[in-house]
Design a protein around this ligand. Structure first.
Ligand code: ADP
Ligand code: VHF
Length: 368
């Protein structure tokens, strides 16, 4: 059966760790495998990192730069080279490709989100393999994905993918970083992300990678919430993709959630960037989580951040643990005045009748 597959490859797999030069044999065998998948009828999207790494190699830099402007300039050098190599190799296999560079803003605004969806659908219908990266050269701090693990998970949700493969330089997820801890236990299958509470992911990844394992786990949450089966596996052995699709247990496989959230809920939960936080009392947490109710002002203990009405906010319990996200019907200034107050008192406090709910249940998505 034809499936939609999103494959993300990280800098650590695309480049050689010692020299930073391209790992050509890995890239070539990945492309062979992706073309085989296309011949099997699957729709394939490649999310490729490497612009900064390849740009550094091109310019003879031996370390990933820290200064933002420099990184953005280097990404502009590397992205072109990366696409040139992809186009040469895919062309040798008669497979057309497309470059899709996204910034977070493209998925934050609903109309742009729908537009991106339609562009991907058109590319896939044309039989093209879109090659996606963050538009590093123009992305501004507030509107960045920051890492391609998150980007690939959002793309997988956007296109309703069946599978997301996160290709990296370790064969799977372990209970701790296997480079530092030789006794780390391999993790084969994950039914719920909560099972990973005790997994140690260190602070960052390799010298050239951006996210490390922590961003792969949060990407797996975003994707499995959207019903996408997610696998962390080694980039050096792209043939494993075919074996995994044939049912072999390779890498770490994350089960999709049995009741995935719909496209609009995904946009609220993961596409939007929350600009504030509402701390709720126990009754409100229970009403939202157990009874599926809307949030009323009476249940809010505290409001953090500055936001407008219809912005996305985090809803947290007393301990600060996030329980849901939603679109808020009041500004932060209004909420400061009405938090903890009964709905019937709101018109008197504000001098006008506001919305009946602070976050309506249709605009509220519980954390899984
Ligand atoms: N619990 C863990 N299990 C496996 N790898 C881990 C873990 N914690 C940290 N890592 C490290 O994460 C690295 C991969 O992340 P990263 O360098 O960002 O890769 P990529 O460039 O593929 O995104 C691995 O090389 C490994 O050392
Ligand atoms: N967009 C950046 C990559 C960001 C990123 O997540 O890198 P990695 O951890 O290697 O997947 C680039 O192309 O260099």
């Amino acid at each position: 059966m034809a499936q939609t597959l999103v494959i993300k490859i990280g800098t650590s797999s695309l480049t050689q760790s010692d020299s930073g030069q391209l790992a050509l044999s890995t890239i070539a065998s990945l492309i062979e495998v992706l073309c085989t998948l296309r011949h099997h009828g699957h729709r394939v999207i490649l999310v490729s990192s490497g612009a900064v790494g390849v740009g550094c190699a091109r310019l003879g830099l031996t370390e990933r730069p820290k200064a933002i402007a420099l990184k953005q300039a280097i990404a502009a050098v590397g992205q072109g080279r990366l696409m040139r190599i992809y186009d040469d190799l895919f062309t040798a296999m008669q497979q057309p490709i497309a470059q899709v560079l996204l910034t977070r803003g493209d998925l934050v605004e609903r109309s742009r989100y729908v537009n991106a969806y339609q562009t991907f659908q058109a590319l896939l219908q044309l039989g093209v393999v879109p090659i996606v990266n963050e538009n590093d050269t123009v992305a501004v701090e507030e509107l960045k994905f920051g890492d391609n693990d998150t980007l690939s998970a959002l793309v997988a949700g956007l296109v309703d993918a069946d599978w997301l493969f996160l290709l990296t330089d370790v064969d799977r997820l372990y209970s701790a970083d296997p480079r530092r801890n030789p006794d780390a236990e391999p993790i084969i299958r994950v039914q719920r992300i909560e099972e990973l509470a005790s997994v140690n992911t260190g602070t960052s990844g390799t010298a050239w990678g951006t996210g490390g394992m922590i961003t792969k786990i949060s990407a797996a949450r975003i994707a499995t919430d959207a019903g996408v089966r997610t696998v962390i596996t080694q980039g050096r052995s792209p043939q494993n993709l075919l074996k995994i699709l044939a049912g072999e247990s390779i890498g770490t496989q994350f089960e999709p959630q049995p009741r995935p959230i719909n496209a609009r809920q995904r946009w609220i939960a993961h596409g939007l960037i929350p600009t504030g936080t509402l701390i709720l009392d126990d009754g409100a947490v229970n009403a939202i989580r157990q009874l599926g109710r809307s949030l009323l002002a009476a249940g809010i203990i505290h409001t953090e951040g500055e936001f407008d009405s219809q912005d996305a906010v985090r809803l947290c319990d007393r301990t600060g643990q996030e329980i849901a996200r939603g679109l808020v019907n009041y500004t932060s200034a209004e909420l400061q005045k009405i938090q903890g107050r009964r709905s019937e008192d709101i018109p008197n406090i504000l001098g006008y009748a506001g919305a009946e709910t602070v976050v309506h249940r249709d605009n509220l998505v519980l954390n899984s």
